[in-house]
Design a protein around this ligand. Structure first.
Ligand code: SAM
Ligand code: SF4
Length: 352
């Protein structure tokens, strides 16, 4: 096993890990990576309870006074783009559609940053009625989570019988021009056999499907290496129905490896976060719904942006805090290391 296999990136020559941070405006870390992709979680609340993410009772509510307001989110996103070199912004959660002011957040960002792609990761419940308004507000694309097209399996996995609402949301997104609609699926051993059916459905609907390996970020702490569905198991299962040819990544920092289906042009992606980790090319930075900067999904190291923001810090001061936070980013998550410890916050509380 190499260092890269266990999520440890190889140091790049350009940066000395022991040196002080060079005075550059962008979000550089000690390993030479630059964060260009911002994930903004806007709520911990959710309409589903996916077993690999949320506890049955939902996450503890963030007190209203700790949640960033729409205006605060817009200010922070704008400074991240203008001062820190962020190229694309994705809203997530929890479930972003749980916020009634989502359209205001999107419109505020789009008006100030018309050239920046604004995207959202969503379970699509309620999207049927909001897709057009969101597109009009400036949302460009959506990634929609759908793990099974079997209603009983979907209900078991998400603990809610809402498959029809999700399918209606996916179709509404396509009609509203939030295309190409990407579908994200996390498979569990129980749902692996349904993967070919899910791919067939996505091909019929013109959606780009990407499978994500389950990561140890479930609130119930039940993830076990031995029970997770690996990329290889998935490829074997899909191969029983489809002819797949590997075509690689869209760009070096894209987490999904692409496979051409039945001679193309359609493809299916696989994000093998656990078995083929890609920490060495990670270009992400995250903002939690309560205003904390996180440099990695798996690190508990957080830097408070909300406190200084509300205490009157200038954009330049907030940007400097963010730069310092990212300089501390660690090399990799080390999920496969024996002493791996999952982070305190689960996926729904960080923002996937
Ligand atoms: N509620 C929205 C949704 O489900 O798309 C956005 C938030 S959700 C946390 C973002 C993504 O994280 C989803 O695609 C979900 O499948 C994925 N996810 C959640 N828990 C995960 C885990 N333990 N391992 C891998 N992916 C996970
Ligand atoms: Fe909710 Fe998304 Fe987590 Fe499922 S994966 S429980 S939809 S936040």
């Amino acid at each position: 096993m190499t260092l890269v296999d266990i999520g440890i990136p190889v140091l790049r020559d350009a940066v000395d890990a022991r040196a002080d941070r060079p005075d550059v405006p962008y979000l550089l870390d000690r390993f030479g990576r630059i964060a260009r992709d911002l994930r903004v979680s806007i709520t911990e609340r959710c309409s589903l309870r996916c077993t690999y993410c949320m506890p049955e009772e939902g996450l503890p509510a963030i007190p209203a006074d700790r949640l960033l307001s729409a205006a605060e989110i817009v200010r922070v996103v704008e400074l991240a783009v203008r001062m820190l070199g962020i190229h694309e912004v994705r809203f997530t959660g929890g479930e972003p559609l749980m916020r009634r002011d989502l359209e205001d957040i999107i419109a505020g960002c789009a008006q100030r940053l018309p050239d920046v792609p604004l995207m959202m990761t969503t379970n699509a419940i309620g999207l049927e009625h909001r897709a057009q308004r969101l597109a009009d507000a400036g949302l460009r694309r959506v990634n929609i989570s759908l793990d099974s097209v079997d209603r009983a399996e979907f209900a078991k996995l998400t603990r809610r019988d809402r498959l029809p609402a999700v399918l209606a949301g996916i179709r509404a997104a396509g009609r509203a021009g939030l295309a190409p609609v990407k579908v994200n699926a996390v498979l569990m051993p129980d749902t692996l056999a349904g993967a070919p059916e899910l791919l067939a459905w996505c091909l019929d609907e013109g959606c780009e499907l990407r499978f994500i390996e389950e990561m140890p970020l479930d609130a119930d702490r039940e993830w076990a290496r031995a029970n997770m569905v690996t990329a290889q198991q998935l490829l074997d299962m899909l191969g029983s129905r489809f002819d797949l040819v590997e075509v690689g990544r869209d760009d070096p920092s894209a987490p999904a490896e692409q496979w051409m289906v039945n001679g193309g042009p359609a493809t299916v992606g696989i994000i093998a976060s656990v078995t083929r980790s890609f920490c060495e090319t990670c270009d992400r930075t995250r903002l939690t719904a309560d205003g904390m900067i996180r440099s990695c999904l798996f690190s508990d190291h957080e830097v408070d942006l909300r406190g200084p923001l509300r205490a009157g810090a200038s954009d330049a001061e907030l940007a400097q805090l963010w730069r310092a936070a990212m300089w501390q980013k660690w090399a990799g998550h080390g999920i496969n290391a024996e002493d791996f410890v999952p982070p305190d916050r689960s996926m729904g509380a960080i923002g996937g």
